[in-house]
Design a protein around this ligand. Structure first.
Ligand SMILES: [Cu+2]
Length: 108
């Protein structure tokens, strides 16, 4: 009987850990902002846009996809300003548009 009880306890602990793990995982997925980028014609453009976005306060990394004309901005603390990101890209000479969270294409 005691064995069964400790087995059940162990199982409950495993479940709780799995649940917490799933939660923090979905939280970290929210720390991404998707953008549509216009006007990139070569890899230098990709570099320009990447640097422009990474220069914005709060941005950890910016990953720019040339083929898809898109960019994904990663951050871990406070969300960087969308406005500042759009302006930075425009200042570098490209067009930028925020992709709405709800209508974001699944790029996984
Ligand atoms: Cu270029």
């Amino acid at each position: 009987m005691n064995t069964l009880r400790s087995l059940l306890m162990g199982f409950a602990v495993v479940l709780a850990v799995a649940f917490l793990g799933a939660c923090s995982e979905s939280e970290s997925e929210e720390t991404v902002i998707n953008f549509k980028i216009e006007g990139m014609t070569c890899n230098h453009c990709v570099e320009n846009v990447t640097k422009a976005m990474q220069s914005v306060e709060g941005v950890d990394t910016a990953v720019v996809y040339f083929e898809e004309d898109s960019a994904v901005v990663h951050y871990s603390g406070q969300r960087p300003s969308d406005e500042a990101l759009l302006k930075a890209v425009e200042k570098a000479g490209y067009g930028a548009e925020l992709v709405s969270e709800a209508g974001a294409p699944d790029t996984k």
